[in-house]
Design a binder for this molecule. Structure first.
Ligand code: NAD
Length: 369
């Protein structure tokens, strides 16, 4: 499998001890799990539990090295702390990785052994699905522990999170349009949607209802065919995708699509989509977006519908409650734009600021009471 980190990410960290790496972003706990009998090698990362138990998915990936896996878990678990804090839910940030090729190593015994490690943490870490893990795998892990979300609906779980994620992205987009154009109607707005998968297809439904003009691209022609049967869309080619004459770009496929090359081509005024880690390099491209006069709705703010959805699974799942919470992404996005203007910060840093303030305030409250 290809590396999912840049070489620099891995090399810089490899010179530090594990606790030194943990101290960079103040991670609370890292748990290394090993079970020779079933071939399990996993790392559970708990970044911060001030707001609640650390919830985040388990990713199974054939990492090139243990260091690469550790770097990934440190980065992803910290990201979950910020995502949940901004979403206003009572969850901390965690994430886990199982090292190995899922096609070769994923067995019932391995997943159950992993479930026992999660159980030993007594609820400090709660898992969910991520890359190469599905709700069937969650069912197996659930045989050993209750600290699992993302279970199928027929088991009291929250099922597919993507309709809730799409609703949140739609809300973030309307807030962005209000900021740029003065009112939040999407009618007649030209919107590029990249990726017509689980989130993209639900997002299209919301946008079509508002009579937006839709421009789409997906590498999978079957997805395009299926969406064109239901909605009036203009299909772009890969080469037209970024340079199309449009108002909004909604990345709903992969990360890192906001980079130096694409920023040279983009003519839009707003970027707002579901993909994780959209900025190839936060420091460089977060600033470049501003300089180009594009309003960037931070990815982890507008795509929080998924984590909001599993949060309500912990309390006895109710989709209406999850959707109604995801609707609040509209107000949160507006708040972030206000902080960005007031503090003269790029929007992604304004979002970080909002998360940090909430964690600090609740930590102080916990210390007093
Ligand atoms: P998905 O796998 O169902 O859909 C992704 C789609 O993107 C597929 O149709 C695929 O063919 C297409 N695609 C892949 N590479 C592409 C490219 N280069 N150009 C155009 N299309 C391409 O995934 P999803 O669940 O819809 O998630 C989409 C994104 O949103 C991912 O980055 C995911 O991490 C993020 N996200 C999803 C959720 C959720 O609830 N599903 C929650 C938060 C974040």
């Amino acid at each position: 499998m290809p590396s999912i980190l840049s070489a620099t990410d891995t090399q810089t960290k490899a010179t530090q001890s594990v606790t030194e790496q943990m101290s960079v972003f103040n991670h609370e706990q890292i748990v290394f799990c090993n079970d020779n009998n079933v071939g399990l090698k996993a790392i559970i990362g708990i970044h911060n539990t001030v707001l609640g138990p650390a919830l985040g998915g388990t990713r199974m990936w054939n990492y090139a090295s243990e260091q690469e896996a550790l770097t990934d878990v440190l980065r992803l678990s910290r990201g979950m702390t910020y995502k949940s804090a901004v979403a206003g839910i009572n969850l901390g940030g965690g994430k886990a990785v199982i090292i190995g090729d899922p096609k070769k190593i994923k067995t019932e015994a391995l997943l159950r052994s992993y479930g026992k490690f999660i159980d030993n943490l007594g609820g400090k870490y709660i898992t969910a699905e991520d890359v190469s893990m599905n709700s069937k795998d969650m069912e197996i892990i659930h045989m050993e522990t209750d600290f699992v979300t993302g279970l199928p609906e027929n088991m009291g779980g929250s099922g597919d999170p993507s309709p809730v994620t799409a609703m949140g992205v739609w809300m973030g987009m309307k807030a962005s349009v209000k900021e740029v154009y003065g009112n939040d109607s999407l009618e007649g707005k030209k919107i590029i949607v990249q990726g017509l998968g689980n989130v993209g297809k639900h997002l299209i439904e919301y946008l079509a209802k508002e009579n937006a003009e839709l421009f789409v691209y997906d590498i999978d022609s079957e997805k395009i065919k299926s969406v064109s049967k239901q909605y009036k869309i203009k299909v772009l080619s890969e080469s037209e995708l970024y340079s199309a004459d449009a108002d909004i770009y909604a990345p709903c496929a992969l990360g890192a699509t906001i980079n130096s090359q694409t920023l040279e081509q983009l003519k839009v005024k707003i970027i707002c989509g579901s993909a994780n880690n959209q900025l190839a390099d936060e420091n460089i491209h977060g600033k470049m977006v501003e300089e180009k006069g594009i309003l960037y709705a931070p990815d982890f703010v507008v795509n929080a519908g998924g984590i909001i959805n599993v949060y309500y699974e912990l309390e006895g799942y109710n989709r209406e409650r999850a959707l109604s919470h995801a609707e609040r992404i509209y107000d949160t996005t507006i708040k972030i734009f206000d902080i960005a203007k007031k503090e003269k910060l790029p929007t992604y840093l304004a979002a970080n600021r909002l998360a940090e303030e909430r964690i600090k305030a609740i930590a102080q409250l916990n210390a007093r009471l």
